[in-house]
Design a protein around this ligand. Structure first.
Ligand code: G3P
Ligand code: MG
Length: 246
């Protein structure tokens, strides 16, 4: 038997293949696999009644036909929503998936994942704890070890307490002056950041500290090429086909 490859690939399909299918849905995961993607990124948060679902925003309006805050909605109501038709008529009726359903689909597709813990306001600790606990329980051995990330230090700290064996990445929209201390404190193996303010020197310093650097959201091939030339380890893209050719 060949040993499992736990390395995170250079191209990660952002929110599934979200340039081609509604973000954070199972059809977006399937589309990512069809395009040759090996890993996906998606956002996980808690409903009011503590079900872990895939959703980026705090509110339901942009990506579903529902209204109001995810933090104030129960799973029974969210599971009836249409999370597809906002993106295109062909996706009408596509549901909001739970994290558990997503893990089952990833196993079927053979896709690795970076699970971004995206807590509703004030629910940082419990969301980090519950995502980590669910993955310990349900993540299949057949897939590469999942990578957790979050903009929330409290979510990452909670994940670290529950599942120290699951690797973590510290997410920042721009590299803070104390990136080294913060990454060390949360025992992160990587920093994930936006390309907007990133410099070549920052990439070199982070790499020299032994951490991986991954960059969102890179939808342009030339930008991807320059970031890889700087030594960036991976990019998150909505359009994997544009980047997989590099
Ligand atoms: O995890 C990378 C990226 O998804 C972070 O930003 O807002 O797209 O979740 P966002
Ligand atoms: Mg995300």
């Amino acid at each position: 038997m060949t040993p499992k490859d736990n390395r995170v690939p250079r191209i990660i399909c952002h929110r599934g293949a979200c340039g081609y299918a509604p973000e954070n849905t199972l059809v977006a995961m399937r589309r990512a696999a069809e395009m040759g993607g090996r890993w996906v990124e998606f956002d996980a948060k808690l409903t009011r009644d503590n079900h872990l679902i895939l959703c980026h925003d705090d509110n339901l309006e942009r990506t579903t036909n529902g209204h109001g805050k995810v933090a104030e909605a129960d799973w029974e109501a969210i599971r009836r929503l249409d999370a597809g038709s906002w993106f295109g008529e062909a996706f009408r009726g596509e549901p909001v998936p739970t994290l558990s359903e997503t893990v089952v689909e990833l196993a079927r597709l053979g896709l690795g994942a970076n699970i971004e813990i995206k807590p509703c306001p004030g629910r940082d600790e419990e969301t980090g704890r519950m995502v980590a606990a669910l993955l310990l329980e349900e993540w299949p051995d057949s897939l590469p070890t999942p990578l957790l990330s979050s903009f929330s230090a409290a979510s990452l700290a909670a994940a670290l307490r529950v599942a120290p064996s699951l690797p973590r990445a510290f997410l920042v929209s721009r590299i803070p002056a104390d990136w080294r201390e913060r990454a060390q404190e949360l025992r992160c193996a990587a920093i994930h950041t936006s390309h907007r303010h990133l410099t070549k020197d920052q990439v070199a310093a982070i790499k020299a500290a032994g951490l991986a650097v991954r960059v969102y959201t890179v939808n342009d091939r030339a930008l991807g090429e320059s970031l890889f030339a700087w030594g960036v380890d991976g990019v998150f893209t909505d359009f994997a086909d544009r980047l997989l050719a590099i």
